[in-house]
Each structure stands twice: as C-alpha cells, then as structure tokens.
Design a protein around this ligand. Structure first.
Ligand code: HEC
Length: 190
C-alpha cells in the first residue's frame, strides 16, 4: 500500500513537473513567434517597398546589403534583454552575421528532409531547448520574389553587386519551394 501511495505521489509530481515545463515552453514559443514576426515584418515591408519603387531590384538589394543587419539590430534593441532574434540559412550570403551553428543546421536539415518527403508545412515552428535557452525556429521558403536575388537567373547588375558586397556568397541558385533559411528567436530563462 505504502509503495502504491509513493508511486502515485511520484507519478503525480512528475505530471506536475511536465505540465510546468510545457507551460513554460509554450510561453517561450509564443514569445519567440512574436519576435520572429517583428523581424520578418520589418524586413518584408522595406523589401517590398524597395522592389515596387525599382523593379530592377538594385534599390532592394542596396537595402538588404546596407540595412538587413541594422534592422535586425534595431528589432533586437526593442526586445527584453533575455531575448534575441536573427536569420540564418544552410547556405548564407552574409557569412559574418548569419552563419548557422550546429543546432541551427540540425533544425534546418529536418526542414529540408520534410520538404523532400512532402510532409512539410510552413507553419512547422520548431521549439528546441538548449540549457537555459529555448530556441524557436520559423522556416522561410523560397518564394518567386526571392529569386531576383537568390535564384538561378539573377541579373548581371545584381550579381555583380552581390559578389562585391559578399565575396563568399553561397545564397544563389535557389528554387521555388526549397528552404531559403530560418528566422530564429532565442529566449533565455528569466
Ligand atoms: C533585393 C535582393 C533580395 C531579395 C529579393 C531577397 N533577398 Fe534575401 N538577402 C539579400 C541580401 C543582400 C542578403 C544579405 C543580408 C545581410 O547582409 O544580412 C540576404 C540574406 C537573406 C537571409 C539571411 C541569411 C543569409 O543568407 O545571409 C535570408 C534567410 C534571406 N535572405 C531570405 C530571403 C527570402 C526568403 C526572400 C524572399 C521572400 C529573400 N531573401 C529575398 C538579398 C535579397
């Protein structure tokens, strides 16, 4: 009887602990999604405006080259000190600021695998805990608009500018529907 009671107690306390963890993970997930949206929107808004103003893509490219990192920093300044948001990819253009770490790479590889198996959905947000930090990943697929600067037929004018700003550029030759990269939010326990 005693053993049974202890077993019950243990089980219920495990349950409580799991519940607590889940609640915490959910909160971090929601928070992460919020910050991912902040960065995604800020970049998208400017990119669209610049592409509309100049269909050649030169203005949009200048914007991405000069301001993508700046906008990322500005968005980060608005976040609480325990949080951070950034972009990365398996093949990056900006190898100084956007290179993936091991965990990023693993998560992106699972996205690529699910795209290959056709089980992927763009809503597939991945939440990964690493020590006291929760990472939240949102996949970014290559859309037709991305091809202008990341596709197989990038105009010579843009290509030249990209090469000179990013001598180690790997972010070319993407096809529609493939994984272009991810936005990652990192939420530290607080
Ligand atoms: C006008 C050109 C242009 C277009 C259009 C464009 N990008 Fe980029 N992209 C760039 C440049 C330039 C960088 C490097 C920015 C930097 O220095 O951080 C970049 C960087 C990125 C990165 C960060 C990782 C890396 O490679 O450094 C991601 C992710 C990304 N682009 C996704 C997209 C997606 C998704 C689209 C379409 C919705 C898109 N881009 C459309 C020019 C463009």
């Amino acid at each position: 009887m005693k053993t049974l009671l202890l077993a019950t107690l243990l089980t219920s306390s495990t349950l409580v602990a799991t519940d607590l963890n889940t609640t915490q993970a959910l909160t971090a997930k929601q928070e992460g999604i919020k910050y991912i949206k902040m960065l995604g929107k800020a970049l998208k808004k400017e990119l669209q405006a610049k592409l509309l103003a100049d269909m050649s893509g030169v203005q949009a490219l200048e914007f991405c080259t000069r301001q993508a990192s700046e906008i990322t920093q500005e968005v980060n300044k608005k976040l609480p000190s325990y949080a951070k948001v950034r972009r990365t990819a398996l093949k990056v253009r900006n190898d100084l600021n956007n290179t993936a770490d091991t965990l990023d790479t693993q998560v992106m590889q699972t996205y690529v695998a699910s795209i290959d198996k056709k089980t992927f959905t763009p809503k597939d947000i991945k939440v990964v805990k690493e020590g006291n930090t929760t990472r939240v990943y949102k996949p970014l697929l290559t859309l037709p608009v991305c091809l202008k600067c990341h596709g197989t037929h990038v105009s010579p004018a843009l290509k030249e500018r990209i090469k000179s700003a990013y001598p180690n550029d790997k972010a070319m030759d993407f096809k529609i529907g493939t994984l272009r990269g991810v936005i990652v939010a990192e939420i530290k326990k607080h």
